[in-house]
Design a protein around this ligand. Structure first.
Ligand code: GLU
Length: 613
C-alpha cells in the first residue's frame, strides 16, 4: 500500500510550482505557509469545551457555533448535525458539501436505538469497468492530479438526500430551517484562515484547469488572502432553492441537468494539460439516487457498546475487528505502554488485510459483515499476532471458516484514498447523538465546480480499485458504492451515550478512530488528551506512517518489538498530520466534554450549550 498521507500533500505543492498556469498563483505560493501548517482560529473559541445542555464538535468554528445555536434553541442532535454539515459545506468547501456524500450514525435516546444512513455516492448506470483506464496507454490514469480531476471520478452525490432522510427520520426541524444559517454564512462569508488558503494553493493547478472553479476559488488568479472574507452567493442561492423546494431541487430538474452536463463534458481551460476524462453521470442517475438505511455495526469492547457504519464503508467493521483483537489483551499505560502500542499496530494491520479482502458494497458482493464483527474471527486473527515481535507486513487476510489461525492469500491493492473529508459530532440535552462524516473525497474533490452553483463535485469513485479485478470486492460496477474508510462511531455505556468519535483522513480515519478509543479506554488518557496524542497509522503496509511526535515519543518503546525496524526492514515514515478528529464524551452526571483538535488542520472547535464555570 502506498501512503496517501505522505504521498499527496508535498507532491501537490511541487507539481503546482512546476505547472501553475498563473503567475499570481505561483507568486502567492512563495508566501504561503508550509504544508500542514496550522492556523490560529479566527475567533477565541477553543478546541475543548465542558458543560451541559448539549455539545458539538467540528473542525470549523462557524459550523460549531451554528450547531450549538440549534441545540440552544431546542433543536435535537439530528437538527444540529444537518445545520452543521451544511455550514461545513460552506466553510470547508474543499472537504465536503452538497457535491459529495457521507455516513450518518444516530442514537435515538427515546427508542434506545442506533441507526445509520448510508449517503455514499453511487457509480452512474453508464460506467464501464474501464472508466479509469486511459485509452491512449491502456493503463489506469495516474491517480493525482489526472484521475481525481475528472468527470469519470464523479459519483452521484448523496449528501442532500442524507440531510433530508436524517431530518425526516430523527429531526424536529424542516430542511428550510436547518439550511437557513448556512445560507446566511454563504452570503455573508467567513474569514479566510491559513488552512483554507493553503488548501486552495495546494489545489491551484487543478482549480486553474477548470474556469468555473478558478473564478470561484482563485479570484484574480490567487487564493483568497488570510483575514479576507470569502463569500459564495451562488452557493447561497443553490442552498436556498434546496431549502425551499426540498431534495427534488437537487436531484431533479435544472440543477441535476447542470451536474450531468459538467460531468459529461468538463469545461476545461484549453491551456491545461490535465486530461479531465468525461464521466457518464446523467440526470436520470441523479433522480434514481437513494440513501440506504441499514443496521449499524456493533461490538462489545470492555463493557462498551461500539456502533459504527456497516459496508459500503469499511470503517465500522475495521475498527470493530481491531478492537475485538485488542480486547483479548491487557492494555495499559506505564510499563504496558510499549506492548500496547505494538498490539495496536498489529491489530490494525490485520483489520486492513481483511477489509481489503472482503469489504465492498454488499448490494454487489457478498460481504461477511457478521463474521468480521465476531469475536471468534478476531480470536483467529489474534492467533497470528506475536505479542513480542512485529509481523512481516503485509500480513495475509484471515480465513472466514475453520479453526485456528487460518489465513488466505490476498493481493494488496494500492491505497488510493485521500486526506480530505470532515467530521462532526453532536450530543443533545435528551441524550441523542449524531456522528456524521461527510466528504467530497480529495481535498478540492474533482476540482470541477458546477457553473454558477457555487459548489465542487466529488471524485469519490476513485475509492474504487482503479484497475478492474474480478476478485476484488471493490471493483467498479454501475450503481455501486465505492468502499469507504469513514468511521463515524457512537459508543454507549450502560445504555447511554458515552463517546461520539470520527475523523477525516481517508484510510487513516480507521486508525485515528481506533487510536482515540484505545487512548481513552485503555491508556488512561482524558478525551482531549486522546485526541491530541500523536498518531500512527499501520494499514498493513511494511512501513507505518506516523506523526513526527509519535516517532519521537514512542520509537524507543516500540524498538524492542521490531516496530521501529520490522522484519522486512521497514520503519516509521513521517506523516505531517494524521486525521482531524471531532469528538464528545458524556461524563458523570451528564457533564459533557466536546473535544476537537487543538492543532491539526488549523484546530477545531468544541462547544457546549451551558459552559461550566
Ligand atoms: N473517500 C474517502 C473515504 O470514503 C474519504 C476521503 C478522505 O477522508 O480523505 O474513505
Amino acid at each position: 500500500m502506498t501512503d496517501s498521507v505522505d504521498r499527496h500533500r508535498p507532491s501537490n505543492r511541487r507539481r503546482l510550482l512546476a505547472g501553475a498556469s498563473s503567475v499570481a498563483v505561483a507568486a502567492a505560493l512563495l508566501t504561503a505557509a508550509p504544508p500542514g501548517a496550522t492556523a490560529a482560529s479566527s475567533t477565541s473559541s477553543g478546541p475543548t469545551a465542558r458543560g451541559t445542555g448539549g455539545a458539538v464538535s467540528s473542525v470549523d468554528v462557524n459550523a460549531s457555533k451554528i450547531g450549538r445555536d440549534v441545540l440552544a434553541r431546542g433543536g435535537n442532535a439530528a437538527d444540529a448535525a444537518v445545520a452543521m454539515a451544511s455550514a461545513l459545506g460552506v466553510a470547508e468547501p474543499y472537504s465536503a458539501g452538497i457535491g459529495g456524500g457521507g455516513y450518518f450514525v444516530y442514537y435515538d435516546a427515546k427508542r434506545k436505538k442506533v441507526s445509520t444512513i448510508d449517503g455514499r455516492e453511487t457509480a452512474p448506470a453508464g460506467i464501464s469497468r474501464n472508466a479509469f483506464i486511459d485509452p491512449a496507454t491502456g493503463k489506469p490514469y495516474p491517480f493525482t492530479p489526472q484521475l481525481v480531476s475528472s468527470g469519470a471520478a464523479v459519483g452521484v452525490p448523496g449528501t442532500v438526500a442524507t440531510w433530508d432522510a436524517a431530518l425526516k427520520r430523527f429531526g424536529t426541524r424542516s430542511l428550510k430551517q436547518s439550511l437557513a444559517p448556512s445560507i446566511r454564512l454563504a452570503r455573508k462569508g467567513f474569514v479566510v484562515d491559513k488552512t483554507f488558503r493553503n488548501q486552495t494553493l495546494d489545489n491551484a493547478e487543478r482549480f486553474a484547469a477548470f474556469p468555473d472553479t478558478a473564478k470561484l476559488f482563485l479570484p484574480g488568479g490567487d487564493a483568497p488572502k488570510v483575514g479576507k472574507r470569502f463569500r459564495n452567493p451562488e452557493l447561497a442561492r443553490t442552498l436556498t432553492s434546496i431549502a425551499n423546494r426540498g431534495p427534488n431541487a437537487f436531484y431533479r430538474g435544472v440543477l441535476a441537468k447542470d451536474i450531468a452536463k459538467v460531468v459529461q463534458s468538463p469545461r476545461k481551460d484549453p491551456a491545461s494539460t490535465l486530461p479531465a476524462p468525461a464521466g457518464t453521470l446523467t440526470a436520470k442517475d441523479m433522480a434514481r439516487y437513494r440513501v440506504r438505511n441499514q443496521k449499524p455495526t456493533h461490538i462489545d469492547y470492555r463493557g462498551h457498546e461500539v456502533y459504527g457504519m456497516a459496508p459500503s464503508s469499511s470503517g465500522g467493521t475495521s475498527v470493530a475487528e481491531a478492537l475485538n483483537i485488542l480486547e483479548t489483551y491487557r492494555l495499559g499505560s506505564g510499563k504496558r505502554l510499549g506492548r500496547s502500542l505494538h498490539l495496536y499496530l498489529e491489530a490494525s494491520a490485520r483489520a486492513f488485510a481483511d477489509r481489503g479482502k472482503y469489504v465492498g458494497d454488499p448490494k454487489f458482493v457478498k460481504v461477511p459483515t457478521k463474521t468480521l464483527l465476531s469475536q471468534r474471527f478476531a480470536n483467529s486473527r489474534r492467533c497470528t499476532v506475536d505479542d513480542s515481535k512485529a509481523s512481516t507486513r503485509p500480513v495475509p487476510a484471515g480465513a472466514l471458516r475453520g479453526r485456528g489461525c487460518g489465513t488466505v492469500a490476498q493481493q494488496e491493492k494500492p491505497d488510493t484514498e485521500n486526506v480530505s473529508t470532515t467530521h462532526l459530532s453532536v450530543v443533545d440535552k435528551w441524550g441523542n447523538a449524531a456522528a456524521y462524516t461527510l466528504t467530497i473525497e480529495q481535498t478540492g474533490g474533482s476540482a470541477m465546480t458546477v457553473p454558477r452553483r457555487g459548489f465542487l463535485l466529488n471524485n469519490e469513485l476513485t475509492d474504487f480499485t482503479a484497475a478492474y479485478d474480478p476478485a476484488d470486492p471493490n471493483r467498479i460496477a454501475p450503481g455501486k458504492r465505492p468502499r469507504s474508510s469513514m468511521a463515524p462511531t457512537i459508543v454507549l455505556k450502560n445504555g447511554k451515550v458515552k463517546y461520539v468519535v470520527g475523523s477525516p483522513g481517508g484510510a487513516t480515519i480507521i486508525t485515528t478512530v481506533l487510536q482515540i478509543l484505545v487512548n481513552r479506554i485503555d491508556l488512561g488518557m482524558s478525551l482531549p488528551q486522546a485526541v491530541a496524542a500523536p498518531r500512527a497509522s499501520q494499514r498493513n503496509a511494511a512501513a507505518t506512517p506516523a506523526e513526527p511526535a509519535f516517532i519521537r515519543k514512542y520509537e524507543g518503546l516500540l524498538a524492542p518489538y521490531g516496530q521501529a525496524l520490522t522484519p522486512s526492514g521497514d520503519q516509521f515514515t513521517s506523516a505531517a498530520e494524521i486525521g482531524a478528529a471531532a469528538t464528545i464524551e458524556v461524563g458523570r452526571g451528564g457533564q459533557l466534554i466536546a473535544a476537537a483538535e487543538p492543532k491539526r488542520r488549523g484546530g477545531g472547535t468544541g462547544m457546549v450549550v451551558r459552559p461550566r464555570r
